[in-house]
Design a protein around this ligand. Structure first.
Ligand code: DGP
Length: 114
């Protein structure tokens, strides 16, 4: 597996504030939160970028969205709304090359993003 900081979090080699875990998906609070709720939802399988997603990953992606919905409900942001963000590559500012979905909420989020 291409090593990233998230690989170490998946293997529990470095600490993270984990808020959800299943056999295939892990979610933990972002270390640099940009909103009152800022959670990263990642597959345990190595997928570096959105462009590396394969058709056979469809169930896994569904599990990531289900985790996002579950967490949004638990954090009481389902009704007021939230944003899911996947940054892909340099122009999007992707910093960690393991697929991750940002769940952002708890404040009004402006659009367009920077
Ligand atoms: P992106 O730009 O989409 O690649 O966002 C990567 C996010 O990962 C960024 O918001 C900060 C977060 N992050 C980086 N390193 C760590 C870490 O070691 N722990 C946690 N919890 N978050 C991290």
């Amino acid at each position: 597996m291409a090593e990233t900081i998230f690989s170490k979090i998946i293997r529990k080699e470095i600490p993270a504030d984990i808020v959800y875990e299943s056999d295939s998906v892990l979610a933990f609070r972002d270390i640099r939160p940009q909103a009152p709720v800022h959670i990263l939802i990642i597959p345990k399988k190595e997928i570096p970028r959105v462009t590396d997603i394969k058709p056979e990953d469809s169930v896994l992606l569904g599990e990531m969205f289900a985790a996002a919905n579950k967490l949004a409900a638990e954090m009481n942001i389902s009704e007021e709304g939230f944003r899911l963000v996947l940054n892909c590559g340099n122009n999007a500012g992707q910093e960690v090359f393991q697929l991750h979905m940002h769940l952002l909420g708890g404040r009004l989020l402006s659009w367009p993003p920077g």
